[in-house]
Design a protein around this ligand. Structure first.
Ligand SMILES: CC(C)(COP(=O)(O)OP(=O)(O)OC[C@H]1O[C@@H](n2cnc3c(N)ncnc32)[C@H](O)[C@@H]1OP(=O)(O)O)[C@@H](O)C(=O)NCCC(=O)NCCS
Length: 225
């Protein structure tokens, strides 16, 4: 962080963010492993990308197997956050669950998207998808928590999620993460179902780190020793 002529601190993200770091040492949460998505994950990814209920609120088309494999191969090639609009995808791996593609490390039950929206203003975006068989178990919250940690570690000043206003599970996840509902845009998009509303949830990196410290304090509070 440096200081500007008018005394404000100017944001500095630690860029480029290269996924090689996560190849070498994936993020391990209590139950999950998060690592860069790979072309070989395509069968696992296809198992959720081809479900209408999964893409209902995503800006994704319903993909057949071939399109899903192409999409996963494309995302696997996107390895760096360096300029505005760059995005990378992290596979959410559940160890012990057999991969549909035959890999031995576990099944890719969903993925996370991490987008550099503005390097100059230290703004990032986050997104999440889980196979329905693995929803309702707190895996998305666990994975998203690790993603917000990554974002804060990168120096993100503000972290935002863009959610369809009817996507109750994703809105609930934003609330559980402590993100703030900042805006609702009426009819800012049109799809095959008609005009849609978009909700923006966000929090600052400092707010997120504060929440993490409070949570740690709670787990080590008197009586927990
Ligand atoms: C959005 C999405 C990722 C949320 O997944 P989710 O599984 O509901 O989210 P969580 O991991 O936070 O799980 C929460 C639920 O697990 C329950 N749970 C069970 N065990 C838990 C545990 N150990 N820890 C935390 N929660 C647990 C919670 O009580 C909660 O249940 P509830 O919804 O009945 O209150 C999922 O609905 C999805 O993939 N949707 C399709 C794609 C999509 O729209 N993505 C978002 C685009 S913006």
């Amino acid at each position: 962080m440096s200081t500007t002529a008018h005394g404000g601190a100017s944001p500095e993200l630690h860029l480029p963010f290269d996924l090689a770091e996560l190849d070498a040492s994936p993020v391990r949460t209590g139950r999950l492993v998060l690592r860069p998505i790979r072309a070989q994950d395509a069968d696992d990814v296809d198992a959720y990308q081809r479900l209408p209920e999964v893409v209902a609120y995503l800006p994704w088309p319903l993909r057949d197997r071939e399109a899903s494999h192409e999409h996963t191969a494309l995302r696997a090639r996107q390895r760096t956050l360096a300029g505005d609009g760059d995005a990378v995808a992290l596979a959410i791996v559940l160890p012990g669950e057999p991969s549909l593609g035959g890999g031995g490390e576990g099944r890719v039950i969903g993925d996370l998207t991490f987008i550099l929206t503005s390097a100059a203003h230290a703004q990032v975006g986050v997104g999440w998808v889980l196979h329905p068989d693995f929803q309702g178990r707190g895996y998305a919250r666990e994975a998203a928590t690790a993603l917000l940690d990554l974002a804060a570690g990168l120096g993100a000043h503000r972290i935002a999620a863009t959610v369809d206003a009817a996507n109750e599970p994703s809105l609930a996840l934003c609330e559980r993460l402590g993100m703030r509902k900042e805006a609702t845009f009426r009819h800012d998009r049109h799809d095959r179902t008609g005009w849609r509303d978009t909700v923006i949830y966000a929090l600052t990196g400092a707010e997120w780190l504060g929440r993490r410290v409070s949570a740690a304090d709670t787990t080590t509070s008197p009586g927990a020793h």
